[in-house]
Design a protein around this ligand. Sequence first.
Ligand code: G6P
Length: 606
Amino acid sequence: MCGIVGVVGAENTMGVLLDGLSRLEYRGYDSAGVAVYENSVKIIKSKGKIENLKKKVGNLSIPAGCGIGHTRWATHGEPSEVNAHPHYSYRKKVCAVHNGIIENYKEIKDFLLEKGYKFYSDTDTEAAVNLIDHYLNEDPISAIISAMKRIKGSYALAIIIENKQDVIYLAKKDSPLIVGIDKEKSYIASDIPAILPYTDKVYYMDNMELARVEKGKVEFFDINGDPIEKELHKISWSIDEAELGEYDHFMLKEIYEQPASILNTLKRYIKEDTIDFNSAGIDKNILSKINKVRILGCGSAYHVGVVIQNVIEELCKLPVRTEYASEFRYGSSECSKDELVIVISQSGETADTLFALRLAKSQGAKTVAVVNVVGSSIAREAEHTLYTMAGPEIAVATTKAYTAQITVCMLLAIELARVKNSINEGAYSKMISEIKEIPDKISKILEENKKIEELSLKFKNLQHAFMIGRRMDYGICLEGSLKLKEISYIHSEAYPAGELKHGTISLIENGTIVIGVMTQDEIIEKTISNLTEVKSRGAYIIGITYEGNAMISDACDKIIYLPKTFKLLYPILSAIPLQLLAYYVSVGRGLNVDKPRNLAKSVTVE
Ligand code: G6P
């Protein structure tokens, strides 16, 4: 949700800001703006994509000590130039960009109106900016602390202050902020890709912390204003991973990176054919005490949970429930001390997931996060973190992080089963050797991309589609359906195959496309029956199954075959054709594949 970038001490402040914003556009793209400070503050904002802002800035090269920039995903106030950040205080003493939501902005605004402040935008941010301005008779750090104590909600604030040239002040609560240092220059950002071309050395800010960032120097403070020491981290992502290279879209690049991202993930956790979670501090002692499992996540991460629930139930014979993090937060079911709570999040910053994690922790559950972004809030707050080694994911619709999440969770399920003695050594070794072959099998599926591109033509003018499957296959349908909706805007519904006849079958008419995912032998026949029911009502059936499965030929008009693997590993393979399908349908319809309308990659508000 919204992206922040800033720099102190660069020769080309404006260039760094615009470049950083382009790299952050996946976080929000309804408006953008920059503020640079040299003697006075100059703000340039525009509605729409960063391209519009770039045009407006033109050749303007303002020599500046420091600057801040923002790309917005609207929460309070419609997307417009006036609501775009940065926002300036009424007395023109404070200028800031903000990610998050100021929940009590109305109360703050009323308080400030009484003091004579005037407001020009509909944003909650303007209230925070003026509140800091109000306290500015104190030194900036104290003024920001006073404002933080009064503000309720979440914020990453990057602030420039009158007469404090060459300084950016930061304040953070529940929204990410990092500070990067390179010799005489300092960079700030909400996400790593924004500053990756300039530095790989960063500090991660924690909640209720502040920072004063100067040229090549940063000081951190706690909410009492006391200085704090923080550890400098080295980022392992390379800049090439965050660049488009030879591909037309990041989504396609990321789909093709899956053999490598899964291989890297497997290399991290399989040592000499044995699963090794030592890097996350997870051992036999911890897993042997687990008697139930809960999986929490949002969007695609939740869909990983639906798949993995089936894997854990089958391998470990333990009760598992998968819940949307946003629902768990407000539910009344309590976690127990013998419960393993697996929290899944690519960004590690999704607000609902972060709060769900905190709740599960406070209830005494053992928490393990499966996260892609090193140093993110969820990664730091979970007791144990298993990183997916997917590298930076830029396209809004997740692909490589999703399959890396399934891979890590599969390994966790297999290890849990080994520790709980619910599988024998033979089954364990078989699964390890099969999972190691998954990257090559994905490459094989990717070689068949032309067939899927051809198939995508059938979807060009489609209004709606259905995807059905049972158990794990249903989990994959949920994700395939979401991909199609997200980037092609075709309404698609995923159904457990047996449920379609309980109502939704009334939507089936001549030419309706129904995709059936059928990888689990013991239930394939059941799904075939359900496909036959819709085929006889005119549906066009696409089946996804493993090579050599002749059972489904009569029921399907078109079949996509997957290389054979161990039955529980099919979800990693069956996701790939559905990702490619969604991609080609979106391209065929001329849509913005990487930045679909209304979406943001990382949702840091409730
Ligand atoms: C957003 C994205 C989804 C993503 C979800 C969870 O809604 O658009 O693609 O699955 O957030 O994100 P996370 O970073 O927690 O995995």
